[in-house]
Design a protein around this ligand. Structure first.
Ligand SMILES: *Cc1c(COP(=O)(O)O)cnc(C)c1O
Length: 429
């Protein structure tokens, strides 16, 4: 499989090159040259196929022959060793829980898949890389956990000071080894801009192979398409039309959902649910794409003013604005609405949603669900990751799971930086 740059000004590359480079030299995102639908029999019999086999069938065309079948199956088996349950919340609404992995947010699958692919590409120590990643909260923890101890890979995480939750901060600052956390005096967009600038800075790239572990990296982004297939496998017996509502920030997850649909997954409609960072919502109303600086919210993993992956979604719809609008809606909600939704879901269904899941729930509520529809909102993080907000809003005590308990007592280690120059200095030293 070859990947091309969506800026159309860089050579095509193989899967391994796309993973190692992250972003194309012309700053474009890599995009698969071709997406071949899976045979209808795959979806017809999906309830009988185990998750690793599903994953192998769905992912192999994107990897091509660069990871041999046996290794690819091993990687997938290792990456997918936890559950992805769909839980009924209301009559026609369920939630797909994506938080049963080691850092309790959905990014574990993509981060672990990417780490293991890089580990494989570097099996002969030929491809030493530095993973440079900006996080609005959860990416950092998932990447730190996924890449910890991976041979030939150094990880540098930039996160906005004071804008991630305590648990998120612990997850990305306490591991040590090949993981370094840089605490940036700024917002997420500043972190993301610094990362993008570093990729283009020859003074750095002449010395170091940099790559990204944000969802711009194809190995981080594509495995997320599996979630939508796993959800379908579980609810197919209901014989309903499925509408997915995806709490969205950089729009990587929902974009992977659209890829799953291209593979033949039956999906009636996608809803992108955002907090007040509403660039895509405004775009669908006005057809003007006007990014704005991000604003801090209680669903901080979605505080993104200029979502990187939206360009891939446009491409998946052949840049057809009307086609996109028919298949894809977007809604924005403020923190107050989010808290009201958390309360409603808890009082009506006894379900504790985190702020991101609650935004997803609100998005579904904007759609008039028919009796023949089943709406699924993605629960992208465990409520414990947003402990203060959840406990305060719902007046409940959330039990802290063992994998979080473990890190709470560890000491934070981070390096404060306040400019691009400081990042550069760090990378060159
Ligand atoms: C990263 C994240 C999101 C946003 O996902 P995107 O792929 O960037 O749209 C939503 N919820 C949580 C909890 C996250 O960590």
């Amino acid at each position: 499989m070859q990947y091309y740059s969506l800026n159309h000004n860089a050579p095509n590359v193989s899967f391994s090159e796309a993973v190692i480079k992250g972003l194309a030299p012309d700053r474009g995102l890599y995009f698969p040259e071709k997406i071949t639908p899976l045979p209808p029999s795959f979806f017809d019999t999906i309830e009988d196929i185990d998750n690793v086999e599903i994953a192998y069938q769905a992912i192999k065309q994107f990897v091509g022959d660069e990871v041999p079948e046996v290794e690819l199956r091993d990687i997938l088996k290792d990456v997918l060793n936890f559950d992805f349950p769909v839980v009924d919340v209301e009559n026609n609404i369920g939630t797909l829980e994506l938080f049963h992995g080691p850092t309790m947010a959905f990014k574990d699958v993509g981060a672990r898949f990417m780490a293991r692919c890089l580990g494989y590409f570097n099996r002969n120590n030929e491809h030493q890389v530095t993973v440079l990643v900006a996080t609005s909260g959860d990416t950092g923890g998932a990447v730190a956990n996924g890449f910890l101890g991976v041979k030939g890979v150094d990880v540098v995480i930039l996160y906005p000071k004071g804008k991630v939750s305590d648990i998120q901060e612990k997850q990305l600052t306490t591991l040590g080894q090949n993981i370094t956390a840089l605490e940036v005096d700024g917002v997420f967009d500043d972190c993301q801009d610094m990362v993008k600038t570093a990729f283009l800075d020859n003074a750095i790239t002449d010395h170091k192979q940099l790559t990204s572990a944000n969802s711009i990296n194809v190995a981080r982004w594509l495995p997320q398409l599996l979630y939508f297939i796993f959800a379908y496998k579980q609810v197919k017996y209901k014989k309903k039309d499925i509408i997915f509502s995806v709490p969205s920030g950089n729009f990587g997850n929902i974009c992977a959902g659209v890829v799953a649909q291209k593979l033949g997954l039956p999906v009636k409609h996608f809803v992108a649910s955002t907090n007040v960072n509403d660039t895509v919502v405004r775009y669908l109303k006005t057809s003007n794409y006007e990014p704005k600086p991000s604003k801090a919210t209680i669903s901080n993993a979605m505080d993104v003013g200029n979502p990187s992956n939206f360009i891939r979604i446009q491409k998946l719809f052949n840049n057809d604005f009307d086609g996109l609008k028919n298949a894809f809606s977007a809604f924005s909600f403020d923190d107050n609405q989010t808290k009201q939704a958390m309360k409603k879901v808890y009082s009506d269904a006894g379900y504790i949603a985190d702020p991101h899941g609650a935004v997803g729930y609100l998005g579904l509520k904007e759609i008039e669900l028919q009796d023949s529809d089943y709406g699924i909102f993605l629960e992208t993080a465990h409520p414990v990751k947003f402990l203060d907000t959840v406990e305060e809003t719902l007046a409940v005590k959330v039990e802290i799971p063992a994998q979080i308990q473990e890190i709470l007592h560890k000491e934070k280690q981070s390096i404060p930086i306040n400019s691009y120059e400081k990042l550069k200095e760090f990378l060159l030293k």
